[in-house]
Write a new protein. Structure first.
Length: 598
DNA sequence: AATTGTTGCACC
DNA sequence: AAACGGTGCAACAATT
């Protein structure tokens, strides 16, 4: 056993580094006297799904406020056994972004996450309930480093961050590669590794008390942890990739991009993705560019380009689109598949300021093009299954109607009337503009935004929003109440007891936060219900107001009906309906089928 | 060489 | 009176 000491705000921390199998008895002794421990793992990378390839668990660390144990799992089965024993024996565990460590333990140590999740605290969840803002938004942030800096000690935060950078330098490698290369006996590495569970343990103590009373009273801590578990199960399941289809699309797009690039060269453009070069080229062609970006450069976006009647503009649009689609959708999926052609989304169940979930990594499903199934076709339901999508109807507008108690809006939804047409008729505009006005109000937009989006003149935009306010006076009253609350306290509370900070001078955003966050919580609770009812294995992805499933072909209609019924939610007496759409095997087929129906 | 900021674009 | 909310990713450009 080796001892490494660290000073945290003047207090000594002892990090015990287990070296031999004999050392494990002291570790076991310590664990048996411990009820709650911080937990963390160090691995060769982040791709826990590649455990049958090169992914390995290297270290496992346990810690309390002043002490930590570092176990070199990589050294042999005896060490892995000790870690398994400790994880199963401890009453409670706390980890930062526990989902990752649960995946690692599941994949590398064979303890299903279902067994550990009920006794795991996640400091990231608590931190979000206390303050969801990133450092960029002048909040405490959500990473262990940022939280350490904000709540514990700036020096320690800097050292923790700096240590892996320094190690990479020492090993003459990069920060991405250091994890697999570093010697597990390295003292700096062990100090870094040992401090993580200590910090998680301390953060739990600090953050728990800071979670707003209303959040606690309404059980948010509990159900956010259960939700994180449900989304982690979806991550573990992964999504089956149609490799052949994805490769074909990728090749097609590469060809389109090459063609466009080659033709652009004739107009003297070497790099079609460089906006300064494009600006020069267009100037040389006699095109006058006026639109500026927020930072004052010449804008070269879709709007500008479609306004230029020159072949070069079309080529830029084509090449850009082909590049983005190929890289962001298809190649990212192809590169991240495991040995069984499954791909893992990273589902952050509690991400945005409003608590909205985000999906990152190889399946950025929230941003897939929605006007056709082209991209979504690459994702397949299981063998013998079909894809199914269940989405809530008009979730945010219904939520707004329910909580504003606006009689006209509530009545429209209750009687199945066309809300967009009602707004349009009141303003004397067409349905499209009425619809835009409805959504814009949810977002807190004004007439300028309507001018931008609908392409109507200022007069019409003002008139439309005026008509909206006159038609749905309850909405304005809710907005006023919420922005007033924000102005007075800096926060609003959502109906689930979540406290959301509102930035100074952007009080108008309060209404959108209320609606967006409340709607997210409806989806969140739907996921919990689905999981409790046994739908876990069939769920693939949550996408704001939609859940994607893989259902056995024969039972699909019945299961879809049952799942939709479970998801439907009543807020303040108003139903938010859920509608199921069943396709063929690929996710894209659901979209194509829905298209052809309408 | 790696990180950070900016722009553009995909979505609800 | 007016105020467009929330994301993620890739490329380029500038900085460290």
């Amino acid at each position: 056993m080796r001892q490494i000491s660290y000073r945290l705000r003047g207090q000594p921390i002892i990090i015990h580094v287990v070296e031999t199998e004999d050392d494990l008895s002291e570790f076991r002794e310590w664990i048996s006297h411990t009820e709650l421990a911080g937990f963390d793992t160090e691995t060769t990378g982040l791709d826990w799904w590649n455990v049958d390839r090169e992914f390995r668990l290297r270290l496992a660390q346990f810690g309390t406020a002043h002490e930590a144990y570092v176990i070199p799992v990589e050294k042999g089965p005896a060490f892995a056994d000790a870690v398994r024993w400790a994880l199963l024996g401890l009453d409670l565990l706390v980890a930062h972004h526990a989902t990752y460590d649960l995946h690692v333990v599941d994949a590398c140590l064979g303890i299903p996450m279902e067994d550990l999740a009920p006794k795991v605290w996640d400091t990231r969840i608590l931190a979000h309930l206390v303050d969801p803002r990133s450092v960029l938004e002048r909040g405490p942030g959500l990473s262990l480093e940022d939280l350490t800096r904000h709540y514990i000690c700036e020096t320690t935060a800097d050292e923790v961050k700096g240590s892996m950078r320094a190690l990479a330098l020492k090993y003459k490698t990069t920060k991405a590669r250091i994890w697999r290369l570093v010697d597990i006996r390295d003292e700096d590495f062990n100090r870094y590794a040992g401090m993580d569970p200590v910090l998680a343990y301390r953060l739990l103590r600090i953050l728990y008390r800071l979670v707003p009373a209303l959040s606690r009273a309404q059980g948010l801590i509990g159900w956010e942890h259960r939700l994180a578990h449900v989304t982690a199960l979806m991550e573990r399941t992964g999504y089956l990739l149609d490799v052949e289809y994805a490769e074909r699309c990728s090749a097609d797009l590469a060809q389109q991009e090459e063609d466009a690039k080659a033709r652009a060269k004739r107009y003297g453009v070497q790099n079609i993705n460089s906006n300064p070069q494009l600006a020069d080229a267009f100037k040389a062609l006699g095109v006058r560019l006026t639109k500026k970006t927020p930072k004052g450069q010449l804008a070269m976006d879709d709007e500008v380009l479609t306004g230029i009647s020159h072949p070069l503009a079309d080529l830029v649009i084509k090449a850009r689109k082909a590049l983005k689609w190929r890289k962001t959708w298809f190649e990212s999926a192809l590169q991240s598949r495991d040995s069984q052609d499954r791909v893992r989304a990273s589902i952050n169940s509690l991400q945005a300021r409003t608590a909205r979930m985000s999906i990152t990594g190889a399946v950025p499903a929230q941003t897939y093009p929605s006007d056709s199934g082209y991209v979504r076709h690459m994702w397949l339901a299981e063998e013998g299954h079909v894809s199914c999508s269940i989405d809530f109807g008009n979730m945010e507008l219904r939520y707004l109607a329910a909580f504003s108690r606006d009689r006209t809006m509530l009545g429209a939804f209750r009687d199945g009337l066309d809300l967009h047409q009602i707004t349009a008729d009141a303003a004397g505009v067409n349905r499209k503009v009425g619809k835009m006005a409805n959504f814009l109000t949810v977002y807190g937009g004004g007439w300028r935004a309507l001018v931008q989006q609908a392409g109507v003149d200022e007069q019409t935009a003002r008139k439309t929003l005026h008509a909206f306010n006159a038609t749905y006076p309850g909405v304005g009253a809710l907005a006023k109440r919420l922005s007033g609350e924000a102005r007075k306290t800096g926060y609003i509370y959502t109906s689930t007891g979540r406290r959301l900070p509102v930035d100074k001078g952007r009080w108008y955003a309060a209404q959108n936060y209320f609606v967006q966050s409340g709607s997210r919580d409806v989806t969140a609770r739907a996921l919990l219900r689905l999981h409790r009812a046994g739908f876990g294995p069939y769920m693939r992805l949550p996408i704001h107001d939609e859940v994607v499933f893989s259902f056995p072909g024969r039972e699909a209609p019945e299961m879809a009906r049952e799942a939709a019924r479970l998801m439907e939610f009543e807020v303040q007496g108003l139903l938010i309906p859920a509608d199921a759409e069943i396709g063929e095997r690929s996710w894209g087929s659901v979209l194509d089928r829905a298209d052809s129906k309408h």
